[in-house]
Design a protein around this ligand. Structure first.
Ligand SMILES: Nc1ncnc2c1ncn2[C@@H]1O[C@H](COP(=O)(O)OP(=O)(O)OC[C@H]2O[C@@H]([n+]3cccc(C(=O)O)c3)[C@H](O)[C@@H]2O)[C@@H](O)[C@H]1O
Ligand SMILES: Nc1ncnc2c1ncn2[C@@H]1O[C@H](COP(=O)(O)OP(=O)(O)OP(=O)(O)O)[C@@H](O)[C@H]1O
Ligand SMILES: NC(=O)CC[C@H](N)C(=O)O
Length: 541
């Protein structure tokens, strides 16, 4: 029997010394749990993705020192740990196999992902040799994350004699990702007959959330797991080389409901962004609308009510209902809430601009001044008290530019930036199964920016059910206008939405980071030119 520990943990990007200390503590815990081997996630000593830190020679020197020092203290257990490695002028995404105070084998990742949010060809030279190490008479192979998404590297490990396969991963969350991972490891297992240990990273890193959910797969294809979602855990299992089967200790199961899963990912992404950047508290405008209401629920779940500050900033267009709904939710969730009217600030702006604006009709300019007055107030509270300002915008608004730059877009992090508006409603309904989290009135009322009299979002935009379906096809799946029209949407509406999406790239480029939950978030996943002569209408059907 071989007892294996999977260190499904969070490793802070760039904190090599801290990550080494954490690894040492986990190794100790694994040894106490009588493990023969502990497997860490991909690049654990550096954190993932280290991005251009990898271009700094000092970073690579520190990483090298950390592996050497860590290895010197390892006794009584085998350690398989990921780290960057510079050798013969080539930077590698490496895994070291450590035993009895020294490195007995090293593997360099073969397949470097360079799509979606990944950019590994910018940093690493691919490896080509398999690594197989014998432990208690069993030959164990290693491949790293993307290596297992293709047949080659796993087959080569098998051909090199592997009887069991370890896969350290840094696989970020997106919806339906678990099903893809399960399909992928089932396939590798079926192709090679190898039992597999799949250990994934946990934690938020800027836009990304690594969701853990590590797994085991027996020689006969039986899967154990997924392990816990977004939680750190030292997962233990006994592997029987004779049967090729695993017997896991009690693993906390992952949730099975999609909205539950997404909600927990959003909570983890927000908590880690705030804490890892040295903040404790957040502040944002609470308007009585759905976006800020869901943001409040998430913030309280992520940080605790004592660390959340909300501010209602009424103007002449703010309804009594908005003020009451914001107040009700803040009281229900026991957060610090204040009311700061923007009227004096708005009046002052109108006064100082009166000369310049004389003879010109009021338009969206005046609406934006209100949103900007709110942005200034939120930033003032942030500067004075050290609270991180949150942006409440959702993906639908950001797509079509229905948000004011330097106004309601002003802030440091956007938990909902990858959630289409219809998903915002679904998540709010989901969280509201515990009554009293979001007032029913917020869920029922028509969305409105309340920047002019009797305004609703639907005056300027198609209904969100329609808009989101178009955005999902155009932005998330790259469909053409004619494909979307053929799918039953009105030609003029689709053209207008596509035009707005293209036009508003500049706003998105200046938006803060926000938690990625789809395979095509704005940001790294979708890099369009701002300055561009491209018009979707010019494409022949
Ligand atoms: N290519 C480019 N590169 C860099 N900057 C560029 C630019 N094109 C325009 N700009 C700048 O951007 C400005 C226009 O953008 P901006 O000032 O935001 O203004 P704009 O997009 O014209 O208006 C904001 C819209 O968002 C709506 N809104 C606001 C607030 C909340 C909500 C809501 O319910 O969620 C909705 C509001 O009703 C209005 O329809 C231009 O005046 C110019 O300064
Ligand atoms: N009266 C207000 N008081 C405080 N913050 C506000 C106010 N109006 C707008 N904001 C801030 O600007 C953001 C964008 O406003 P907007 O009205 O578009 O969103 P919302 O009210 O959350 O949701 P909805 O789009 O459903 O109305 C709000 O989420 C909130 O953070
Ligand atoms: N770090 C990696 O190699 C990640 C790539 C992989 N396809 C995943 O997301 O799971």
């Amino acid at each position: 029997m071989i007892r294996i520990a999977l260190a499904q943990h969070d490793f802070l990007v760039g904190d090599i010394a801290g990550n080494r200390r954490k690894a040492e503590s986990l190794i100790e815990q694994a040894r106490e749990a009588k493990a023969d081997l502990i497997l860490f996630p991909e690049l654990a000593l550096a954190g993932y993705p280290p991005e251009d830190l990898l271009l700094r020679p000092g970073f690579l020197r520190l990483a090298r020192q950390a592996v050497t020092d860590l290895a010197a203290n390892v006794h009584g257990i085998d350690v398989v740990i990921g780290h960057p490695w510079l050798e013969d002028g080539a930077r590698r995404n490496a895994v070291s196999w450590i035993r009895d105070g020294r490195v007995i084998g090293r593997y360099f990742k073969h397949r470097l992902p360079n799509y979606a949010v990944f950019d590994e060809h910018r940093y690493f030279t691919p490896g080509s040799e398999p690594l197989v190490v014998e432990l208690a008479g069993c030959r164990i192979g290693v491949v790293i994350c993307e290596d297992s998404w293709e047949a080659g590297p796993v087959r080569e490990a098998r051909e090199a004699g592997a009887e069991l396969l370890l896969i350290p991963n840094a696989s970020p969350y997106r919806d339906d990702k678990l099903a893809d991972r399960e399909r992928m490891i089932d396939l590798r297992q079926a192709e090679t007959g190898l039992p597999i240990v799949y250990c994934n990273l946990v934690g938020g890193q800027d836009e990304l959330v690594f969701d853990g959910r590590s797994m085991l797969i027996d020689r006969d294809g039986t899967r154990t797991g997924p392990g816990p979602l977004c939680h750190e855990a030292l997962l233990l299992a006994d592997y029987d080389p004779a049967s090729g089967g695993f017997q896991a200790d009690d693993w906390e199961p992952a949730p099975t409901e999609a909205l539950d899963e997404i909600y927990q990912v959003l909570v983890r992404g927000l908590a880690d962004y705030v804490h890892k950047n040295g903040f404790h508290d957040v502040v944002f405008g609470l308007s009585g609308g759905i976006d800020s209401a869901l943001t409040l629920a998430l913030a309280v779940d992520a940080l605790g009510a004592d660390h959340v500050h909300t501010v209602m900033m009424p103007s002449r267009h703010t309804s009594g209902e908005s003020i009451e709904l914001a107040q009700t939710q803040a009281v229900d969730l026991e957060v610090d809430h204040r009311v700061i009217p923007i009227e004096p600030a708005y009046e002052a702006f109108l006064t100082v601009l009166a000369g310049s604006f004389s003879g010109v009709e009021p338009d969206v300019t005046e609406e934006n001044l209100q949103a900007r007055a709110r942005g200034v107030i939120v930033m003032g509270l942030s500067n004075k008290f050290g609270w991180l300002p949150l942006v409440t915008s959702n993906k639908s608004e950001l797509a079509v530019g229905y948000c004011t730059i330097y106004g309601d877009m002003c802030g440091g992090y956007g938990p909902l930036l990858d959630c289409l508006k219809t998903r915002v409603y679904a998540l709010a309904e989901f969280r509201n199964r515990d009554k009293g989290v979001i007032p029913e009135g917020v869920l029922r009322r028509a969305p409105s920016a309340e920047l002019r009299a009797d305004q609703t979002d639907q005056d300027s935009l198609p209904p969100y059910e329609q808009l989101d379906q178009i955005l999902s096809r155009y932005v998330e799946r790259d469909w053409s206008i004619s494909q979307i029209v053929e799918d039953g949407f009105e030609d003029a509406t689709v053209r207008r939405v596509a035009r707005l999406v293209l036009l508003n790239e500049y706003k998105r480029r200046q938006a803060p980071p926000g938690t990625r939950i789809t395979h095509r978030a704005f940001g790294r996943d979708r890099r369009y030119p701002i300055t561009s002569g491209w018009r979707e209408d010019s494409v022949p059907p």
